[in-house]
Design a protein. Structure first.
Length: 92
């Protein structure tokens, strides 16, 4: 899926969403919450993440915020793997 397809899907399926662009990255914000995006598209490595290796042609990372009740059944066992650290105190 392309970045444009994701942007189109979100804007057509969610009401009152603003899409902000900064440095080639995209931030999807509800109009009533303009401080914290519910989704982001990151298009390149930055000071916070070089591990993703996003500087490759056509690479990007889609981040979608979900609550604890959604996350745990899907990914809860992931935190039991060596080297993966969870911070459940931040999930609420």
């Amino acid at each position: 899926m392309t970045i444009e397809a994701i942007k189109t899907y979100i804007s057509q399926n969610f009401e009152q969403v603003n899409i902000l662009e900064a440095g080639g990255d995209f931030f999807f914000m509800y109009e009533k919450n303009d401080k914290l995006p519910f989704a982001t598209i990151v298009t390149k490595d930055n000071e916070y993440d070089t591990f993703s290796n996003l500087n490759r042609e056509g690479s990007y990372r889609l981040n979608i915020g979900v609550d604890k009740d959604t996350f745990t059944p899907l990914f809860g066992g992931l935190t039991e793997k060596k080297g993966v650290e969870a911070h459940p105190e931040h999930w609420d």
